[in-house]
Write a protein that binds this ligand. Sequence first.
Ligand SMILES: Cc1ncc(COP(=O)(O)O)c(C=O)c1O
Length: 1015
Amino acid sequence: MPDTVFDSPPPHFSVDEVAHLAGRYFGISGPARSLRSERDQNVQVGDYVVKVSNSAETRAVLDLQHAALAHLALADPGLAIPRIAEPGVVEHDGHFLRALTYLPGAPYATVDHSPALRHQLGRFMGRMSRGLQGFGHPAAHKPDFLWNLDNAAEVAPWVADISDADDRAVVERAFHRHRRRVVPSLPLLRGAIVHHDANDYNVLVDDVLVDASATGPTISGLIDFGDMLFARQVNELAVTLAYALLDATDIIAAGRDVISGYAAECALTDHELRVVYDLAATRLAMSIAISSHRQREFPDNEYLTISQAPALRLLRRLMGMRPEFLHFAAREAAGLQPVPQHDRIVEWLTSPDCQPASVLPIDLRRAGRVVISLADGAPATQFADPVESWEWMQAQMDAAGAQVVVGRYDEDRSCYQGEQFHTDAPEPRSVHTGIDLFIAENTTVHAMLPGIVESVVDNDLAYDYGPTVVLRHTTCSAGAEGTPFWVLYGHLARATLAHIHVGDTVAAGDVVGFIGDHTVNGGWAPHVHVQIMTDLMADPDTGFDGNFEGAGEPSRMNIWRSVVPDANLLIRLAPETFEDHSADQPSVLQARREADLGPSLSTSYRNHLSIVRGQGAWLFDHEGRGYLDCVNNVAHVGHAHPHVVAAIARQAAVLNTNTRYLHRTILDYAERLAATFPSPLSVVYFTNSGSEANELALRIARTVTARHDIVALDWGYHGNTNDLVEVSAYKFKRAGGAGKPPHTHLAELPDPYRGSHGDDGATYAQSVATAIAAAVARNGSGPAAFIAESISGCGGQVVFPAGYLAAAYQHARAAGALCIADEVQVGFGRVGTAMWAFEEHGVVPDIVTLGKPIGNGHPLGAVVTTPALAAQFANGMEWFNTFGGNPVSCAAGMAVLDVIDHEDLLARAVDTGGYLLARFQELAMRHAAIGDVRGRGMYLGLDLVTDRSTKQPATHLAADVANRLREHGVLVSTDGPYDNVIKIKPPIVFNRDDADILCCELDDALAELSPAATE
Ligand SMILES: Cc1ncc(COP(=O)(O)O)c(C=O)c1O
């Protein structure tokens, strides 16, 4: 080291002499007193400090200080820094003299440090940095300056002068951390002229009234610009931190105060934030090393050692923390996402590229779940004994029909009692950073994503993880470089340790371990703790040791949440799982429903469902349990399809009115819909429901033919109005029905399985001719119309035999009746091969009625007919329907047609429907209870029988199957004259995976409920 001001003693004029010189050179007078200085001589004279520089000080350095102060006075006039008295630097007796204004206040070191004061300190130094941007001076380049943080390497050897071995080791670690983390990034750190010595004696605090509303200590100034130099700009903040954190109760909180203040005035770069705490530690280490070195030179100066005690204490605490955690803390303080790669990882985790497998060998989407709290005083915390705790959980699961107990992410818990939960923070680590899934010991635990085993260790402290596996994954999709992240599976069984090894490659779904029992898992009820880590925060020297916090300090959760984001990003329990939906509980709603809506409205399943959300082919109940919807053909293109939702929202925000005005949307939609029909069907009437559509169809037929009687198919259902109930055998023949009215004539349901003529369509059609004859006999002219669904739904998913509809239509037309095809259930491509199910029969109806899927749940219906019939219908009586075909309904209908096209859903119906049919047929080979499998596309039925030879309907079994499936998260319904047909008519976005779930559950249900009939 060259000869510096540190090596030459400070000047020693008397106070009177300096006072005299002040008057002589600067015209300053007033009471004089000596002020503290390490290397100059400072004397306060009146409102000024007269500084007599160390004889080794160069003129250039003083010029630097003066230029900097002048620059700052211009750049930030409000900044409390000294002003220079004219004429600036003078020379006297080999010393340089100058006078600066005296700044009032006590040293920062001598006052209490509130968060607000620390924040002010940060702001003050941020203003300094901002003010000095753009300032340059040749004398600022002091590469050999002892205290220059960039020169840590020069001072590091003095560590040897630290007498205490422990102290020496801590300081050595700090220098090592500097070499490891700071040195490589030095070229990336911005350079600037910095004050470089905002120590707690150079920062002044004044207890003045700040403004009318706030009193209290405030930063009143910064003095001693003697260390100014060109260095890394972030050193300014690092030096400030090194002193501001001395003896702070909570380093992270205190650091946040300072850094947030600094960053509010002067933005920090990613690189600076990464090393700012390392640099603060380096400053402390340098200070201790320099001090110890001087101590050796001046062994009598005890002050040097004593003054280092707080620095050593702080350094020890900083070195006890993971450097990456400090990095993330600095970022959090600066208002950034603590872990830089967090957002990238979460974006991938929520992207379609990320398709995690289930962590447990159960389908967690559908599994019943009990969410427990382990917060202080919660019922689950009453058991100290893990065995009792598990028994209690099992009782909870039995009561709720659940398969798993879920412990929450980000929950403050009282159960973490071990030493390992106590950190440098004032409070222990008590907030859970994973999700717990409690399930029987030895249950397999599965990798959710493909990855590589990072660690397999046994963290065998009490309350710890026990055997733990960490997998490394990346955000890459097929070969591309990605960002790594990790998933930890804790509390496993010892068998795990032999099952899986570091470096193993695992595929999604592979078994990575087994649930441990309380003797090995840290003393807990059996469960797996799953957590995602965006950074391992590993020690760069030793690497990751397999241990990672599973709980964070409450006050540091902003940082922890970024390091350990919610494991549910991968586990994917529906959000309702964690929400309070007590007001949606079935028992609560059922009681209200009976009172409010009347008892005629039935509710599906023995255990009623409270459904709060739908998505695609899935419905979710108030507890977040998912149900595969195999029956809701209304949500044709999938529940809550975003395209349809957006179309409805867009139009609703602009206009919804009745249909008395010209509006292009209704015409666009009518034309697009009509274009899907064969000629001459081209005129559309819009309604609000299938019932309204059928009601209008009857009105058209009756108006046009001037007849009233209707021929309908047995077991048909056409709607809920009086007229429609009278043509719906499914209603008038069953409970509460008034029987067949005289003007309705029923034709036999052409059921190839149960009907009297097998699959002889022409013979069944004879029954239509017979019904027509009955109408003629009754009224002399015949029926107005023959109405039939294109596949009979309520009749039990009955597909008509070939030739039936053509022959039936022939009979009807020959009698002057119109043919109405009710496509309310089966239209819009459900059969897959065609848009309309009647097309499969080679017929063209006179009137077609539409409903259910047409608006994907939005109330809409339509009647499509020919221009000729439309003209005849216009007999003077107006057709008016307030809501039918309003702009919002038409936007919904148009969007449904868009999705059918864009997602090629007819092809989907063919593919999944064909797959399902084949799997059902395969089930029928094994389950004798399946008497018949039938249907087209995604409109299928399983006719359950007690005896295949007699075809005795298995009505109870069908109900039991539907209810059991519901308990297992699969929704089907029963129908048909005997309610023995399992009806399958899901949203047509249903895919093969969904089909597999349905078939597995059906298989199990039949095996369990009808074992004797299983062949
Ligand atoms: C074949 C058929 N037509 C008409 C309707 C009546 O439709 P909506 O209930 O929309 O009035 C239904 C309803 O289930 C139906 O299945």
